[in-house]
Ligand binder design. Structure first.
Ligand SMILES: O=P(O)(O)OC[C@H]1O[C@](O)(COP(=O)(O)O)[C@@H](O)[C@@H]1O
Ligand SMILES: [Mg+2]
Ligand SMILES: [Mg+2]
Length: 335
């Protein structure tokens, strides 16, 4: 049995100039995940369910668990003295860590993904994306440090709080999964070098919004539901409503997750910097693909911290199919 700590130290050989700081950074996220796991597991017994009564800059109600997870991860990351600043779904602006101007890294995070599932005991997650800062150390980070394309990510990953709690990450050398053993307080290696199965047959989209989807997406959904044994259609429809949980299932079983532009979200719902980019890095490292319907997610040039993007991620052939239907049916989502 190999723990996450041992595995990361072992993998430092992948980086000739490794200093151990990235190892320390991921272990800070690991600590935050343990604390969140502990309270999520007894959510009904502690006061972390329900809304906080406060709205974030995106106009969304912040759940108590959103704020709890944000605080725990923020303090764990700051305490390590290597992260100079963070950006988070739950922070209106990027946060400069005072006194850590020498930190080489910045972290972007979705502290609690799948907020609509918090109160109903359905799997939720945490998503993280790590970059080297581009402004000089010894100075406070600036917005520039967070506006890097996804191709510049040093590492990315997620934690899924489900029937078991798992941490899945990549540093550009494959995708590896660790399962949390609460009796030992350790994340232990459960899958190394994960890849999408050759063919997928599950599609994950909120079909309740069908009438609001672009024509190309509507055509793709019909394609998924047609009978064609050779291509394993009709596909199965599965939608948990937590990106992390839907992605994790599709990574294991083969499939595609879709959140297109809609009338309500003309630029898509998911946030490029701390949802799309990290999942896209993982998907590509697992032999899959991530697109906004036409472009590679990782090459998109960020403009703002909380910008949204249409998001299609999963088996390469399935994302290719969506892109083809979008090209053949260029009509946008009805306004
Ligand atoms: O309820 P909808 O519109 O289908 O949206 C569900 C999607 O929104 C999200 O909940 C957005 O993430 P947050 O919960 O972190 O805001 C995704 O996890 C999920 O896939
Ligand atoms: Mg999210
Ligand atoms: Mg969230």
């Amino acid at each position: 049995m190999k723990t996450l700590g041992e595995f990361i130290v072992e993998k430092q050989h992948d980086f000739p100039h490794a200093t151990g700081e990235l190892t320390a950074l991921i272990s800070a996220i690991k600590l935050g995940a343990k604390v969140i796991h502990r309270d999520i597991n007894k959510a009904g017994l502690v006061d972390i369910l329900g809304t906080s009564g406060v709205e974030n800059i995106q106009g969304e109600q912040q759940m108590k668990l959103d704020l709890f997870a944000n605080e725990k991860l923020k303090s764990a990351l700051k305490a390590r003295g290597i992260v100079a600043g963070i950006a988070s779904e739950e922070e209106d602006e990027f946060v400069i860590f005072e006194g850590v101007e020498d930190g080489k890294y910045v972290v972007l995070m979705d502290p609690l993904d799948g907020s609509s599932n918090i109160d109903v005991n359905v799997s939720v997650g945490t998503i993280f994306s790590i970059y080297h800062r581009i402004t000089p150390t010894g100075t406070p980070v600036t917005e520039e440090d967070f506006m890097q394309p996804g191709t510049q990510q040093v590492a990315a990953g997620y934690v899924v709080y489900g029937s078991s709690t798992m941490l899945v990450y990549t540093t550009g050398h494959g995708v590896h999964a660790f399962t949390y053993d609460p009796s030992l307080g350790l994340f232990c290696l459960s899958q190394e070098r994960m890849t999408f199965p050759p063919q997928g047959s599950t599609y994950s989209i909120n079909e309740g919004y069908y009438s609001r989807f672009p024509k190309g997406v509507k055509r793709y959904i019909k394609f998924c539901q047609e009978d064609d044994e050779a291509s394993r259609r009709p596909y199965t429809s599965r939608y948990i409503g937590s990106l992390v949980a839907d992605f994790h299932r599709n990574l294991l079983k083969g499939g595609i997750y879709l959140y297109p532009s809609t009338a309500q979200y003309p630029n898509g719902k998911l946030r490029l910097l701390y949802e799309c980019n990290p999942m896209a890095f993982l998907a590509e490292q697992a032999g899959g693909k991530a697109s906004d319907g036409a472009n590679r997610i990782l090459e998109l040039k960020p403009q703002t911290i909380h910008q949204r993007s249409p998001f299609f991620v999963g088996n390469t052939s399935m994302v290719d199919d969506v892109e083809r239907f979008m090209r053949e049916n260029p009509e946008q989502a009805p306004r």
